[in-house]
Design a protein around this ligand. Structure first.
Ligand SMILES: [Zn+2]
Length: 148
């Protein structure tokens, strides 16, 4: 299962999948997910994908619960997930979620050439989850998956 916005990332890489547990009481699987952004259009799509994947495997007795607290942060993203983002040409989150307020002062290395001479072009890229940067050395524009 992959994030519909970033096809290389699985929901495990993103840390969206919180738990999968069998409930004896309800006689069903309880799938707990934490959406990345409230209002991120990908979230509905992700639970639909989980549904379809389970049905494909013949699992019909399940329910998907959205766990909104604690809120998802980019800190939950795995190192493997960050590396996949970089290879995909998207600069992974830098530092911890608390740095979000400092976005304008955060140095985001270019995912292509590694240069730290990058410039924030727009705090919102194709989706609210990403910011748009431009590399001053190789002149490539790139997305940065923001910390939050
Ligand atoms: Zn570059």
């Amino acid at each position: 299962m992959v994030d519909p916005e970033i096809p290389v990332l699985t929901i495990e890489d993103l840390g969206i999948l919180r738990s999968v547990a069998w409930s004896d009481d309800a006689q069903q699987w309880i799938i707990s997910i934490t959406p990345t952004y409230s209002g991120c259009p990908a979230t509905d799509l992700i639970s639909t994908q989980i549904r379809l994947a389970l049905l494909e495997h013949g699992i019909r007795n399940f329910s998907i619960r959205q766990v909104l607290s604690p809120a998802w942060t980019t800190d939950w993203m795995t190192e493997a997930g960050k590396e996949k983002l970089r290879q995909y040409g998207i600069a992974p989150p830098v530092g911890k979620a608390i740095d979000e307020a400092l976005l304008e002062n955060t140095i985001v290395p270019c995912p292509r050439c590694g240069s730290t001479h990058t410039k924030l072009v727009s705090a919102f890229s194709s989706t609210a989850c990403k910011a748009f940067y431009e590399c001053q050395d190789c002149l490539e524009p790139f997305d940065h998956f923001k910390c939050h």
